[in-house]
Design a protein around this ligand. Structure first.
Ligand SMILES: Cc1cc2nc3c(=O)[nH]c(=O)nc-3n(C[C@H](O)[C@H](O)[C@H](O)COP(=O)(O)O)c2cc1C
Length: 367
């Protein structure tokens, strides 16, 4: 940056003025954009170092995504959706296509290994007008992998490339990829794979820094992800994923590994505030204090309300339960309230427990 500012200062000096002319301002911006091209996925402009909410089955549903969006997430991904399920019109798969206008830009993630099914699924997905279609090449679960889908495709890179190319050609939407480093430690070819995916039109790649064999064990290896970014042939955004669970780790991803953005999964569960915490820290190292009891209750109330609006009373109450432990983590003597929250079948009872909690803990200085 320094050099660009010096360029402006020098020009101002030459013109003997403190106020740059419009022409000079335009030239300055052009120089900046050339050096620091705007980050885009297709024609979606992204902020500097965007934070992406990771796709997470049974977690990244519309209410949770809305909360994360309110608290600073820039790009949303849905839970993964089976291409075969979509084609069969299975209710569970179809419901996962729901998106809220306010969460855009949002990517719908699909998985499968059969090209015909994936192309049919693309048509179904496209009809629901997301901003991005994402392909899951990273799911390590046996029932997915054994069909050659998810991370299973890492054993067949030519098919991975062919499938991506076919999907890119079949849709007007940008196609992004979510994958892992490789099948196992001995077959890590992510630099070459990413280049091939870019060459057939992938618009961005998010890489979880583990192999399939690692599942979720060990530590994510960000250095391998940065090798992809540092390949001079790469020009699409490369996002890091895996274990980014403190603002400092996000800073390291940006400043030391030079990646284009961070995809955040588990650290956001029950903690949608994490995105803004990261943003404040990245801006000027401000450390945000943990959310107050009032903020936690506000999130829980709004989550439950959105879930009921979206799925109805019974499912809404049931499916929001898994989030309460995280929302209220660290509050002393909370068990009694949590038990009531997760055993009540009626929303008005759960809302009453929230009120009780607000009353009981209103003087709690810090959680
Ligand atoms: C509960 C859960 C569900 C997940 N579901 C998906 C999914 O549907 N699609 C996907 O690509 N990855 C899925 N993942 C993987 C995450 O997107 C992410 O790659 C992984 O959790 C590592 O990132 P993290 O350390 O920030 O959590 C899931 C992870 C978890 C914990």
């Amino acid at each position: 940056m320094h050099t660009h500012y010096s360029f402006l200062v020098e020009e101002l000096h030459k013109q003997n003025t403190k106020e740059p002319t419009t022409k000079l301002k335009q030239t300055f911006l052009l120089v900046l954009h050339k050096r620091y091209p705007l980050l885009t996925i297709g024609n979606i402009s992204l902020p500097d170092f965007p934070l992406l909410l990771a796709p997470m089955e049974d977690v990244s549903d519309p209410p949770f995504r809305a909360l994360c969006k309110n608290h600073g997430a820039d790009i949303m991904y849905t839970e993964f959706i089976s291409s075969e399920g979509l084609i069969r019109d299975a209710a569970k798969s179809v419901q996962k296509l729901d998106i809220y206008e306010k969460e855009r830009p949002v990517g719908i993630q699909i998985f499968g290994a059969n090209i015909d099914s994936m192309l049919k699924a693309v048509e179904i997905v496209e009809a629901t007008s997301p901003d991005i279609i994402d392909i899951n090449f990273g799911c390590p679960v046996k029932k997915v992998v054994c069909k050659g889908a998810g991370a299973g495709i890492l054993k067949d890179i030519p098919l991975m490339v062919k499938l991506t190319e076919a999907m890119v050609k079949h849709t007007r939407l940008p196609v992004t990829i979510k994958t892992r480093l490789g099948w196992d430690h001995d077959s890590i070819k992510i630099v070459e794979v990413a280049e091939r995916l870019q060459d057939v039109g992938a618009a961005a790649i998010s890489i979880h820094g583990r192999t399939r064999a690692q599942m979720y064990k060990g530590e994510a290896d960000w250095s391998k992800i940065s090798e992809v970014k540092n390949n001079p042939r790469m020009h699409i955004p490369i996002f890091a994923n895996g274990d980014i669970n403190t603002p400092e780790k996000a800073r390291i991803i940006r400043d030391e590994y030079g990646l284009d953005g961070a995809m955040i999964g588990r650290a956001a569960i029950g903690n949608p505030w994490f995105f803004n915490e990261v943003k404040s820290y990245l801006k000027d190292k401000t450390v945000t204090s943990s959310p107050s009891i009032g903020q936690r209750l506000e999130a829980a109330r709004s989550h439950l309300k959105m879930a009921i609006d979206w799925k109805g009373e019974t499912l809404g109450v049931l499916e929001t339960r898994r989030h309460y432990t995280n929302y209220f983590k660290g509050i002393p003597d909370f068990k009694k309230y949590r038990t009531k929250m997760v055993t009540s079948d009626l929303s008005h009872e759960v809302f009453a427990v929230f009120d009780e909690v607000g009353d009981k803990f209103k003087n709690l200085a810090k959680v």
